[in-house]
Design a protein around this ligand. Structure first.
Ligand SMILES: Nc1nc2c(ncn2[C@@H]2O[C@H](COP(=O)(O)OP(=O)(O)O)[C@@H](O)[C@H]2O)c(=O)[nH]1
Ligand SMILES: [Mg+2]
Length: 315
């Protein structure tokens, strides 16, 4: 058996890149793999919706892009025989073992939104993946509004996020980005039309991913990225993703939300309720209107909190 990483998946066929030689093999997943028997402590237990530990221990697992797998290099079909435990995984895009997500936002077309930025950050923090914020299309707005946006965004750097500004048409801001991909699996994510595919094309001339000329009044592109694939770049792997315009919070408890606003933790000790406080209505809470926290962060926290509440009522 050899070890490799799945870098592409189309219609039941997988491209495996050998971990050592970096050679590519076209593989068909073996039938047996579709049902995997789980050990009590298998990492897949956490990823499935089994009710009790005694529930069925056989679950269906399909290989996905990003998976580290064992494959049989003596068979012409290079069948995958085992999927190694996933460090993390996303469903949309369907990729596993991700090191970092480049979170794309354009200055305009579509308009930058602090609300959407905070939503994406929450979901990425929840998935335990490192986000890197990229602001694209900096050529499309005047210097004054750009500087204002930069000033507001500085807050995110002070709480620990990496932040970069790019213009993919002229490859401006690319120098500082070169080294962030080495030895990493990077997923490029963000709303449709923010310039993800254009950015990847600019990094890798010759790749020629389809991009969409924005023409309609909404300034939105159409979905042009269809399959999952990791591209080799600068000693790492990068995945483009189709955009999405709506996220949902129907995935967790409102009490978890505060864990994903990473700076709240540092003000917790000032709050007399500490761990037990949701920083919403509690009198004497020093997080809920702390002046060191960006007002839009607090506002969005409260909005998301209420939204989760409402979603729960519907079910
Ligand atoms: N002016 C300008 N336009 C850009 C930039 N990046 C992307 N675009 C344009 O934005 C539109 C959407 O880009 P695309 O890469 O398809 O976005 P995606 O949906 O995020 O992949 C296209 O018309 C691109 O030419 C940029 O940095 N500056
Ligand atoms: Mg695209």
């Amino acid at each position: 058996m050899k070890t490799g990483r799945i870098i592409k998946s189309i219609g039941g066929w997988y491209t495996i890149r050998d971990i050592n030689t970096k050679e590519h093999f076209e593989s068909k997943a073996s039938g047996k793999l579709r049902y995997v028997r789980l050990d009590e402590d298998s990492s897949f237990n956490k990823q499935t919706t089994m009710r009790t530990k005694k529930d069925i221990k056989t679950v269906q697992i399909s290989p996905k892009v990003g998976d580290i797998v064992l494959y049989d290099d003596t068979d012409d079909n290079y069948p995958i025989t085992k999927i190694l435990p996933r460090r993390n995984q996303l469903d949309r895009p369907d990729v596993s073992n991700i090191d970092q997500i480049l979170l794309f936002f354009s200055t305009i077309r579509p308009d930058f939104s602090f609300n959407l930025l905070d939503q994406f950050l929450v979901l990425i923090e929840k998935a335990h993946i490192k986000p890197i914020i990229i602001i694209s299309k900096i050529d499309l707005i005047e210097t004054t509004p750009l500087n204002k946006l930069k000033a507001n965004l500085t807050y995110y750097e002070t709480i620990g996020y990496e932040l970069y500004y790019v213009n993919s048409k002229q490859k401006i801001g690319f120098d500082v980005l070169k080294d962030i991909f080495t030895d990493k699996v990077t997923v490029v994510a963000g709303q449709t039309g923010v310039g993800k595919s254009t950015f990847i094309n600019a990094l890798m001339p010759g790749l020629e991913l389809k991009t969409q000329e924005t023409s309609d009044a909404l300034g939105r592109g159409k979905h042009t990225t269809r399959h999952n694939e990791l591209y080799e770049y600068s000693g790492g792997l990068i995945a483009d993703t189709p955009g999405f315009s709506k996220l949902d919070f129907n995935i967790f408890d409102k009490r978890e939300l505060k864990d994903y606003f990473i700076e709240f933790d540092s003000y917790k000790s000032e709050c007399k309720f500490e761990k037990d406080c949701d920083h919403v209505h509690e009198p004497g809470c020093n997080v809920k209107d702390n002046e060191n926290i960006l007002p839009s962060r607090l506002e969005n926290y409260h909005k998301f909190y209420d939204e989760i509440d409402k979603q729960k009522e519907r079910y």
